[in-house]
Design a protein around this ligand. Sequence first.
Ligand SMILES: Cc1ncc(COP(=O)(O)O)c(C=O)c1O
Length: 391
Amino acid sequence: MQAVANAIAERISLISESSTMKVAADATKLRADGVDVVDFGAGEPDFPTPDNIKQAAVRALEQNFTKYTPVGGTAELKKAVCERHQKDFGTAYQPSECLITVGAKHVIFNLTQALVNPGDEVIIPVPYWVTYKDVVNFAGGKCVFVDTDEKEGFVLTASALEPHLTSRTKLVIINSPCNPSGALIDRAEFEKIFALTQSRGIYLLTDECYCQFLYAIASLPGAKDTVLVAGSLSKTYAMTGWRIGFGLCPAPIINAMGKLQSHSTSNPTSIAQKAAVEALRGPQESVGIMLAEYRRRRDFVVQRLRAIPGVTCAEPRGAFYVYPNVSVALGKNGINDTLVFADRLLKEAHVALVPGEAFGTDRHVRISYAASMKDLERGLERIHQFIVANS
Ligand SMILES: Cc1ncc(COP(=O)(O)O)c(C=O)c1O
């Protein structure tokens, strides 16, 4: 057994297992034992994929669209991505500046491996989505974490960013709306961040996975040279399992990522690509319906969390997560950090959520409100009782 462990390549030690996956696994195990677990851990819509999208996949199957496609996606899908981005955000990308990938996670992996040299610094605002630091580490880069302020709603500002930029900074990663905090960088601040990075020749990777994105920095004049977009159909169209994402970047970067992709996954699934074309070109009503429902749930969850004595909760402005501060229940009854908090909450109150340690902070937990109102009501009542009993 030891010999096998020694055989694992050193580079694998540069990455850690996703802690969000661990919570899901623990919750599944409890559920399999018959326990009624309320799951706020999942980072995915609880809606089904809209029917018009599913039907497009059925048609693709019937028409035997089941062979390899070009590595970086079909011409049809690249065009559909560029057109949708132009319609929604006023950008002007060509298909040569687009790569179709196996979800946005794959774009972010390809991009970091294609751009970051050993020793390059990559700025990651805290709290961050778990994968950023691991893919930067895997590329041999150095993560430079920049704290944001809970009182300011966890929003990254240009003035907080500036002192961290050095001659080694290659890339700044921003995620607005943010997973886990729901923070949204407003347009004026976004422009300042862009001006700052552009003036220093630093790339800005903007992870646009959450559809409440109201504007795109890539629409600013000159932005296409240094702004790198990671987009996804997973959340916008409730298509997490289909695994379709896209990158919009200068053509040489697209080509470098395509080279890497040609030796790893090759093309994303042919049938899913056909479904993605329908998602992007077909009726968009389902997006608005899901958004309205998320907003309703957000309002309920924030108000409910703020009713728990001692809990503070910044209001999320996008995505479907809240990131309350649960300090009031830390340091008592053996609950010394949010890892123990999440573990004990799951075992004793049967609610699954993700500890803030996964996202780089130690006083918060992430609750996904992509769950039914019934589950939100009973899950939050359990959290309330658990915190009161432990504070
Ligand atoms: C901020 C962020 N970026 C990227 C992704 C990856 O999405 P995809 O399913 O497209 O790989 C997620 C998924 O949770 C996310 O939260």
